[in-house]
Write a protein that binds this ligand. Structure first.
Ligand code: TXE
Length: 500
């Protein structure tokens, strides 16, 4: 597939201070189609000087521009215009996202719908007055707690949900009155370039949104090291997140981090078997497992485990892997050959650790798929918590299986991870369900469901899954400072240093 004629992706690709410009000290990069390895298009990438220009534009728009003081109703109206434009270009954006990430068109359409919903949600939320009056005990004092924009925000996104994850950042940042510098993953920059084109068309003031595609080493590092950035909001790998946090600490720059997970899916013996198998399968293999909340650790009651795993293996082997643009495909390729090599190394590791392969464990045989980064849904049985494939995020279509016999054991296994992003529980017993969801130390816990979310509820992790929350009111608060205003309406001499 070739996207060079796509109107939403017309070069040049840096958006600085309200203008589309060529990089001063950056370069270009070929963006590849994971379905067949072909070149989709060439994009411009920023260099350090371009990043400085972007930050300076965002700083000027924040310090001397109107955006932070623009009435909330006007900021809300801009978000709604962006949502309308996204809606009008839903099919174009889905086509671009599928070409760039490999995910199926059906998934891309769902992503775009969620993106639209996020812009609409923050357009609504920002109009709600959250100022708080405080009773100081002194009737002459009016004490108020108010919320103001944080300032210049660097927004750094990964490649698995490029448009969705960037929108979870851009929408609340703009709603709050911040100005932003946006860096998509160098692997999948296209839908973000298209989004910024639509934001430009929606009439965002110059400097409020700036786009600097490029690598993490150059563009990401320049953003992270800048003393003129007030907040870095990052979604990506745990080690990159730790690196960003430590570099940001030198300037005491705020960070918001979403760093993935190793998410347990607990299945009790009384769970409805059909919906449980279906949910475990979808949780593990949707988007070929390249999902931060993928349910990659099945923890199943020993009494049903053999039958449950056999059914899972049968169903996994029947998943139709193929190009995302083919409506017959149920899941697409991995994002790149490099990422598939990482997944293959984890499969080799699992075998060497003694796990028993019961499905997949190899590339598809179909010669028509040979040029793409495909990998079959893979299941390892007989796993235990000492194995690295049970503890580390593989970010591929790999499901591990552990068994339990008591509720306490299931909870202990579910919490035995350095991460804590998401977990699922399946049981027909509501009392047990409530006990277990409260005992699990994860940011989202689903009972008899998996992988679903709403823009109105917070998303983020315990432990090494990150710092802070996206979505919901907390997702807006990430982009706000809290200020206490104390107004004495009857000033009088205090007399502390009275000379009398
Ligand atoms: O992500 P990186 P990678 C996990 C998953 C995956 C692993 C590595 O396990 O296998 O991370 O993936 C930018 N300063 N997740 O290497 O490096 C980079 O350009 C500033 C989980 O692709 O974290 C990109 O824009 N920025 C995750 C973004 O960080 C830097 C989704 C993410 O890239 C940077 C994706 C630096 N020094 C991968 N280095 C999730 N939480 O959902 C890189 N970047």
């Amino acid at each position: 597939m070739v996207l060079t004629d796509e109107p939403l992706l017309r070069s040049p690709g840096l958006y600085l201070d309200g203008c589309w410009v060529r990089p001063v000290d950056g370069g270009t990069r070929a963006v590849h189609d994971p379905a067949d390895g072909g070149v989709l298009t060439i994009v411009d990438e920023a260099g350090p000087a371009d990043v400085s220009t972007a930050i300076a534009a965002a700083r000027a728009a924040f310090a001397t521009g109107d955006w932070p003081a623009t009435p909330k109703a006007e900021r809300s109206a801009l978000l709604l215009r962006i949502a309308e434009l996204l809606d009008a270009h839903r099919d174009d954006l889905a086509r671009i996202e599928t070409a760039d990430t490999g995910k199926t068109l059906r998934e891309s359409h769902l992503d775009i719908d969620d993106v639209i919903a996020v812009f609409r949600y923050y357009a609504h939320l920002v109009t709600i007055d959250t100022d708080r009056l405080v009773d100081t005990g002194n009737p002459a004092v009016i004490s108020r707690v108010v919320h103001e924009p944080v300032g210049v925000c660097a927004l750094i996104a990964p490649w698995n949900y490029p448009l969705l994850q960037m929108s979870w950042k851009i929408a609340p940042a703009l709603a709050a009155g911040c100005t932003v510098v946006v860096k998509p993953s160098e692997v999948t920059p296209l839908s973000t370039i298209a989004l910024v084109r639509l934001i430009d068309r929606a009439g965002v003031p110059a400097g409020v949104v700036n786009l600097v595609p490029g690598s993490g080493e150059v563009v990401g590092a320049a953003l992270t090291d800048s003393p003129d950035v007030d907040l870095i909001s990052f979604t990506g790998g745990a080690s990159t997140g730790a690196e960003i946090a430590s570099r940001a600490a030198r300037h005491v720059t705020r960070v918001a981090l979403e760093l993935g997970g190793k998410n347990p899916h607990l299945v009790f013996a009384d769970a409805d078997p059909d919906s449980a198998v279906d949910a475990v399968l979808t949780g593990a293999f949707l988007h070929s497992g390249q999902v931060c909340s993928a349910g990659t650790r099945l923890i199943v009651h020993a009494s049903i485990a053999d039958e449950f795993v056999a059914e899972l293996a049968r169903r996994a082997a029947a998943i139709r892997v193929g190009p995302g643009r083919d409506p017959a495909s149920q899941t697409g390729p991995l994002v790149s050959p490099e990422h598939r090599a990482k997944v293959e190394a984890y499969v080799a590791l699992g075998l060497s650790e003694g796990a028993r392969l019961v499905a997949g464990g190899r590339r598809p045989d179909d010669p028509a798929l040979a040029a793409g980064s495909y990998y079959l849904p893979t299941i390892f049985d007989d796993c235990d918590r000492s194995m690295r494939i049970v503890q580390e995020e593989t970010f591929g279509p790999i499901l591990t299986v552990e068994r339990f016999t008591t509720e306490a054991q299931a909870v202990a296994l579910g919490n035995d991870t350095a991460y804590g992003l998401a977990a699922g529980v399946r049981t027909a017993d509501p009392a047990r369900g409530e006990r277990v969801v409260r005992a699990l130390r994860h940011g989202t816990v689903w009972l008899n469901d998996f992988g679903v979310y709403t823009p109105a509820a917070e998303w983020g992790g315990f432990g090494r899954s990150g710092i802070g929350r996206e979505l919901g009111p907390t997702g807006l608060a990430e982009y706000q400072e809290t200020k206490h205003l104390w107004h004495n309406t009857a000033p009088a001499v205090g007399g502390w240093f009275s000379t009398g």
